[in-house]
Structure formats: C-alpha cells, structure tokens
Design a protein around this ligand. Sequence first.
Ligand code: TYD
Ligand code: MG
Length: 454
Amino acid sequence: MARLATRFVCTECGAAAPKWTGRCEACGAWNTLEAEAPSPGAGARKAGRAAGRGVEFVGLAGETPLPERIPVGISEFDRVLGGGMVQASAILVGGDPGIGKSTLLLQAAARLANAGKRVLYISGEESVAQIRLRADRLGLRDAPVSLASATVLADILGALESEKHASLVVIDSIQTIWDETIESAPGTVAQVRSNAFALIRAAKTQGFALMLVGHVTKEGALAGPRVMEHMVDVVLHFEGDRGHQFRILRGAKNRYGATDEIGVFEMTGRGLAEVANPSALFLAERHGHVAGSAVFAGLEGSRPVLMEVQALLASNAGGSARRSVIGWDSGRLSMLLAVLDSRCGVKLAGHDVYLNVAGGLRVSEPAADLAVAAALVSAATGVPTDPETVFFGEIGLSGELRQVAQADLRLKEAAKLGFSRATLPRRVAGGNRRLATPDGIVLAEYGHLSDLVA
Ligand code: TYD
Ligand code: MG
C-alpha cells in the first residue's frame, strides 16, 4: 500500500497544499497552514466503490412537506432565524470570546425547555457547576434543560443516538470537541471539520436542531473552519463592542430565510435583554448641537433603525493624513472625501478624518452616504446639523444624490422618534414620486451634494 502523505490545510480558507508554505496560495493569509494527518478512510473508500447502491433520481414536482419551525421564543432571535429554528438543521453561532454566545444560547435553551421541549446543552468549555452559576445569575435555575460537560465526540454521539425527542442540542463550542481517532489537537481544522460533520449528520438523522458555538479569530473570521460555514444551514454572527452593552445578532447565511435581518440585545446584569426599539437605544446618548454629528435613517433587513454618525477632523500638518473608520466602509469614506473635494470644494486633504457609527452598529448600506457627508461637512464648518433632521441617500461619483429603497419606512421611523425634518435625494420621475410622508415630517430634497453643502 502506498504511504499516505501528510497534507497541509489553511486554517483561514480550508485550502489544502501538499507542502508547508508561509503563505496560503489560495487566500494569501500568512502562517495559517497546519499539518493534517492522512485519513486512512480514503483508500478504503476507493476499494469499496463497486459496492455502492447508486442514486435514486426523482422529478422536480412532488409532495415535500415544509420543514417544521420551532420558535425559540426570544423574538429578536427568531427574527434572525427567519421565524424559528428549522427541525433537523444546523445553526452556527460565531462571535468573539466574551461577547455573550454562551449566555444567549443558555437563555434560548431555557426558553425552549420551559415551553416543554427537550433541550440538551453540552459544554466543552465550562463545568456543570459553572453553567449552573450562570443559570442562577440569569434566573433560569428551574428551566428543565439537560446539562452535560463533555468534549469527546464519541461520548457525545453515543448520548445523542438514543435521543428520540430532542428539539435542540447546543454544543458550546465546536472548537473544544475532540475526536480521538484524528491525530491533531482540538480546535484544528481537521478536528473542527470532521466533528462538525458528524454532529450535523446526527442532527439530520435524529431530527433535532443543532446549535454550534464557534469562536472567531483576531481577523474576524470564524476560527479555522470557513469550511464549516458550508456545512451548516444557518450562520449567525453575534457582534458588539465589549465596552458597550449592545449586542447584534446578524444572519450571514440562512438556507431557510433572509440574511439581512438583525436581532438587537442589551447585555444586562441578568443576561441579554431584547431591544424592541433599537433606534431609541442607539440615539439615547446623542447630544444635539454638536458639530460633526448627523442622524442616519437606516434599514436593517425589514426594520428601520436610526443611528448617529459622528465625524471628527484634526489638522495634520505634513505626513500622510489618517482615515479611521468604525462601523462603516473605509473605501466608501475615501470616495466621499474625493467627491466632497472635487465636486463641492470641501478640501479635507490636510486633515485626519475619524468616522464612527455610535453604538457599535456596523452599517453597510450606501444610503448612509448622505448622513456621513453631512457629518463631515458639519465637522469641517463647525456648524452643527439640525438636531431634528434625519439624513439618508446614496451619493454618486459626480456628487449627485440617488434614491434609496424604503424611504417611507425610514420617514415613519423618524416621525415615531420625534424628528421633524428629513434630508433626502430629490424625487425623480419613475422614482419614489408617491412617497407617503408621515405627519409631522417636512422633507428637504436635494439633487446634488453641492446644493446641500451650500
Ligand atoms: P459569555 O456568554 O460567557 O460569552 P461567550 O460565550 O461569547 O464567550 O458572556 C460573557 C460576558 O458577559 C462576561 O464578560 C460577563 C457578561 N455577562 C453579563 O454582563 N451579564 C450576565 O448576566 C452574564 C451571564 C454575563
Ligand atoms: Mg462561552
């Protein structure tokens, strides 16, 4: 029998290479290749191929019942899942250490268990005593969750095999699970990939929903197993700034629903509390009449969310100017600075520019352009924006303002929070001509950024 060669696998992208190199050829990351022991299964599978039973093909039409959804009972969580967990599905919950993943999943587990569902919570990170302490703190001591502290894959699979009625199994975390037959340490790509596969297969055959906790690397990727993202049905990111109380649950992939919804939570002394009105929370610490601030009427999934954009300029004599962005795209900021410079005569080249979306939210909508531009111009001129105005609109390279989706939803939210004016792109024929303007909101429509600057 030919000797099986060790191969090297990138912990970032999962690409395999025959020999070690300092840089992964597939994704370009440095120092991410790690040795993976050969799998003896490959040769055996080859030999056994003749024995395969073949594949049965069927037509597109046919009776297939919709998968059953089980609501977790925490509505911000269910919103991101698309209405609840789908039976026999695998959900990966990723996030930085200490952000609150274990807290969230223990609360979800308790909620389901209190609703009469069978829930197993398996932790490889904490002892049963530690989990009980946490449950005490969360006021969940009486929830009938079945707890276990375990790390060995075979033990866990053995326990799951006899489970006929479990609705949810939580594994906290996939990086701590260890398959003794694989010659590498827990948390390595080989272990994580193979163990996730085995657990997901158990979920599919036994019919329970599986929630896997996954840690995130410094670079923000789900540690090692981007490969794992392909295996699971749903990928959720739990984000937030540890210095802040807000936490955002964001869908990155969902085979059973939309991925642009967010769930908003607040970390309190008694666990995570749902935030039903995120706009009020994100604007709570705003001081009106300060230069460099503008309120953006944004959209997260189907829900409008107002947030404050803050800009600060510091003069920089000589040297290259700094551009520092939190919560927005730095490429987009460079573009806006260029548009302000060449189309509107606002010269900021000699300044360091700092931009921040208050509250730790991350915005990806181009609709934020106008609010960012307003904050920058306000910072440059020292004139505060009107504290009763919200901004939204995309800015094109020639400085023209472009329509954005769901203007009426944004205006409605602004009116609800007591704003009286909105600055937005001018309506054009065929655009949102018939905009439903809520009572109490006056619109200021502009066609070009230079008109607004003036
Ligand atoms: P945890 O759920 O352990 O994070 P993860 O599993 O993502 O690593 O949350 C840890 C942090 O949350 C810790 O710093 C303490 C804080 N916390 C609260 O503020 N309130 C609470 O009720 C709990 C349980 C934790
Ligand atoms: Mg944890």
